[in-house]
Design a protein around this ligand. Structure first.
Ligand code: NI
Length: 163
């Protein structure tokens, strides 16, 4: 639950930067990587992170949630993510105030305060980033550091990685 727009702004700027770091680490060849044949690909998850932000329009926020079809290249997906994530922040900052965060709406059959919905949006991004870093490794890419050093960072620093 976020109680203030300022608190959300600070976290969103940081977390959307982390998501951008993951999306910007993708290559065109990696977009088809999946853990199994019938599961979402790296490209699907990248595009989902960009367009799932549309859910926020159901909360009454007005912003351009992006096109229906993903760009065919990794850089295009990352660019669209940056555009939509900054539109979300702009909408929250200009269309809501701290009082709006206490207002509740029915989401998936439950009463969610808008401040809870903002928290959910941040956690949802982290959830899929975690899936994507696994797929990045399977695709032969080096995942970026998110909340700390990666296996490769430890190796670079001459340390013994923790598996
Ligand atoms: Ni999702």
């Amino acid at each position: 639950m976020f109680a203030t727009i300022e608190a959300f702004t600070a976290e969103w700027e940081s977390e959307s930067g982390l998501t951008d770091r993951v999306l910007s680490g993708l290559t065109n060849d990696s977009l088809g990587q999946a853990i199994a044949a019938d599961r979402r690909t790296l490209g699907d998850l990248a595009w989902h992170l960009a367009t799932s932000l549309r859910f926020m329009t159901a909360l009454g926020l007005d912003f351009d949630g992006g096109a229906d079809h993903a760009p065919r290249n990794a850089a295009g997906i990352a660019e669209e993510y940056r555009r939509i994530s900054s539109a979300v922040l702009q909408a929250v900052r200009t269309q809501w105030n701290d009082g709006s965060l206490e207002e509740a709406q029915t989401i998936m059959g439950e009463q969610w305060r808008n401040g809870d919905s903002l928290r959910f949006t941040l956690m949802h991004q982290a959830h899929h980033r975690g899936q994507m870093t696994v797929l990045m490794r399977q695709a032969g890419l080096r995942p970026p550091e998110i909340y700390g050093p990666t296996y490769e960072t430890w190796v670079d620093q001459g340390k013994t990685p923790l598996a």
